[in-house]
Design a protein around this ligand. Structure first.
Ligand SMILES: Nc1ncnc2c1ncn2[C@@H]1O[C@H](COP(=O)(O)OP(=O)(O)OP(=O)(O)O)[C@@H](O)[C@H]1O
Length: 375
């Protein structure tokens, strides 16, 4: 989150009871605090903390407020409780929400070649689009859309979009007509987002609107399909922005052709334009028929997929995963507001690189089959 003090953050201990929730393990941490897996009465939840000092921004309050507004949508975590507690000689904000199985970014990196098959990539992409449509309908923009802010929720087979700490309302009431209107762009809103995925307008520190969430969705989607982006290894934000400006339709050459049409639509959106979600949803329907994608088919990381046993079961609950989730790749490719430097840290070695030789052969075989199946 935006409060990024360099001092060590206090942490909860395994087994400690926090507001009646027993801490099972730490899932990850951000600049503000951490996310823990907790349980109560045999049910598991995610508990997010924000330790507060005098200078911090209380971003969890914003997140809780936005998440409350999104409780109607199946694409967001259920919010079970949110409160401020005294903790040792500090205060801590906590929120308890649905526990996701794994971040989508992590699932992608567990795949051979770090990309999903086209069937999984397309289905995850449309689910993320649905989450954005629901958020935008509610008058909110996210401003940090990326796969590491999406969790896979196995029981509902849905992507849940989280980390609403940077989100903002883009509508306001017109005091004269009393109708809702788009907020006017501020002159100097500062940078918000993640360099790898944000729109070129966000790079230029312009006010963000719905279109900027869609640009980040588009870049995240390309990464689902290809496992990389042309600027993945580029660290300088200005160079990333230039590459985004230059790449054009070429970016979608290896993605299903419907994405080029969605790109054309997103490209002409202005700061306050309403995206045509229906048109994009129809393009997905067309794509699913053309590529014979069935919603009932197992996703790459679900039981029944050819990748499941080798790439997903074997790593369940492993230390590798925990370590990876605690401190590598896009989770740390950051972000943040104008007080922070914009950094992009390249992806580190994934555990898939330590697969045994047979595993590599099988993965190569699967890759060959995937390549043969045309988009
Ligand atoms: N509801 C949830 N269920 C499971 N994991 C979650 C949930 N919410 C967040 N996480 C995971 O917890 C970790 C930290 O989450 P969070 O999004 O708050 O911080 P971050 O994005 O890594 O850091 P920052 O927000 O400071 O940039 C991430 O790995 C994220 O995937």
């Amino acid at each position: 989150m935006s409060s990024s003090s360099s001092c060590a953050k206090p942490e909860f201990r395994i087994g400690e009871s926090v507001s009646g929730f027993e801490v099972i393990k730490k899932i990850g941490s951000g600049g503000f605090g951490a996310v823990y897996k907790v349980q109560k009465d045999g049910v598991e939840f995610a508990l997010k903390t924000e330790f507060i000092d005098d200078e911090s921004d209380d971003t969890l309050k914003n997140e809780v407020h936005m998440l409350r507004l999104m409780q109607w949508s199946p694409s967001f975590c259920r919010l079970y409780t949110a409160k401020r507690l005294p903790w040792q000689n500090q205060k801590v904000n906590i929120m308890v929400m649905t526990l996701c199985t794994r971040p989508v970014s992590r699932l992608r990196r567990m795949m051979p070649d770090r990309h999903f098959t086209k069937s999984t990539a397309a289905r995850l992409s449309v689910q993320l689009l649905e989450a954005l449509r629901d958020l935008h309908i509610s008058g909110i923009i996210h401003r940090d859309v990326k796969a590491s802010n999406c969790g896979w929720h196995a029981p509902t087979r849905r992507i849940l979009l989280f980390d609403l700490g940077f989100s903002r309302k883009y509508l306001e009431i017109d005091p004269i007509t009393t109708k809702m209107r788009h907020r006017t762009a501020r002159k100097d809103p500062g940078f918000m987002g993640t360099s790898k995925y944000c729109s070129v307008f966000a790079h230029d520190e312009n006010e963000q609107g719905r279109r900027d969430d869609l640009w980040a969705w588009l870049y995240s989607t390309v990464e689902f399909f290809l496992g990389t982006l042309p600027w993945s290894d580029e660290e300088k934000s200005v160079r990333v922005s230039n590459m985004k400006k230059k790449v054009g339709r070429k970016l979608f050459f290896k993605c299903p052709r419907e994405f080029a049409l969605m790109y054309e639509h997103i490209r002409q959106l202005k700061y306050d334009s309403s995206p045509d979600y229906q048109m994009m949803t129809n393009l997905f329907k067309q794509m699913f028929i053309r590529l014979d994608i069935e919603d009932s088919d197992p996703l790459d990381f679900e039981q029944g997929s050819i990748f499941y046993d080798e790439y997903f079961v074997s790593q369940t609950d492993s230390e590798k995963e925990l370590n990876s989730d605690l401190g590598t790749s896009d989770e740390l490719e950051s972000h943040h507001n104008k007080r922070s430097e914009v950094v992009t840290i390249g992806s580190k070695t994934d555990s898939s690189e330590t697969e045994n030789k047979l595993g590599r052969l099988a993965a190569g075989f699967n890759r060959a089959i995937n390549r043969l199946m045309s988009f």
